[in-house]
Design a protein around this ligand. Structure first.
Ligand code: ZN
Length: 299
């Protein structure tokens, strides 16, 4: 099979504006706290040929942004109890992984919830002092009439939604409508598609802007091949999101997918844990739109 060696074509989208030299920069860490083994590639790509089914595990992450006197957590992961109930392999509690980096839960000033799915928004009670940033549409969706349907609510945990409502009544929930700057050099962007109110996060780092895509794409291959992960509420919005991220990213290595084990092999590991990758650093493996999937299938 011949692959074209060029960047996939996506419609529209602005080019990235480079940071001025005096702009703030942050360290960004991907912390893997759990995994789902036994998956096949057909589970991860819409319309994948079921006969073409190599094993393709899925990792669960939270992300830490640190610098400029700020400590920002992107997503909070799920609990060990949820892991048992849903048959996921739990490596470490996200709070314990933060501890490896010298961060206490009380140090977290801001929690960005990319969306309210169980694997992203559990453990909110562990961060009682943090301001929580969420898209209005996500809160409306996970507390709205669509949750009458078991197949739509199955990726949410009522206890997580209740914790978000609790933070609202404590005056700690900051609603975002669309795109917003959380702090200089850290912004959130409404993306939709996977859920109604998913947001991805852009962060200024020493190597330029990186995009914490969360579940706008689960794997690098979702965006490189422009094939959605088969879990979405609006396919058009999902594809628009891929196009927007592809247009914004300077190259593939500026994107950090929501669930790709490659994050732990493509970027340098922290000296404190083999489950923590330093995604603000230059990758140790080439990740480029210019490569065909076959070129890097074994990385
Ligand atoms: Zn997820």
């Amino acid at each position: 099979m011949v692959h074209e060696r060029r960047r996939p074509r996506f419609p529209g989208g602005p080019a990235m504006t480079p940071n001025a030299s005096d702009s703030p920069v942050y360290e960004v860490f991907a912390l893997r706290y759990a995994s789902h083994y036994g998956r096949r590639s057909a589970d991860n790509f819409l319309g994948e040929d079921p006969l073409h089914m190599p094993e393709m595990p899925l990792d669960f992450f939270v992300w830490l942004i640190r610098g400029q006197g700020r400590t920002v957590l992107v997503d909070t992961g799920f609990t060990p109890e949820t892991a048992v109930r849903r048959g996921r392999h739990y490596h470490s509690h996200p709070v314990d992984l933060l501890g490896r980096l010298g961060v206490n839960a009380n140090d977290i000033n801001d929690v960005i919830v990319t969306h309210m799915h169980y694997d992203h928004a559990g453990n909110l009670a562990e961060f009682p002092g943090a301001r929580i940033h969420m898209q209005t549409t996500e809160m409306q969706y996970c507390t709205g009439h669509s949750m009458r349907h078991p197949q739509l609510r199955k990726n949410y945990e009522a206890v997580d939604v209740a914790a978000a409502v609790q933070s609202l009544y404590e005056g700690r929930l900051h609603f975002v409508d669309g795109d917003a700057e959380i702090a200089p050099g850290i912004s959130v962007h409404l993306c939709g598609g996977h859920t109604k109110g998913l947001q991805f996060v852009t962060v200024a780092t020493a190597r330029g802007e990186i995009i914490l895509a969360s579940d706008a794409l689960h794997y690098y291959e979702n965006i490189r091949r422009n094939i959605p992960f088969p879990s979405f509420v609006d396919l058009g919005e999902y594809l628009d999101g891929l196009a927007r991220i592809a247009a914004r990213a300077k190259d593939l290595d500026r994107i950090i997918p929501g669930h790709d084990p490659l994050a732990l092999t493509a970027f340098p590991l922290s000296q404190f844990s083999s489950d923590i990758a330093m995604v603000h650093a230059n990758p140790v493996t080439r990740l480029s739109f210019e490569d065909s999937p076959a070129d890097t299938a074994d990385v």
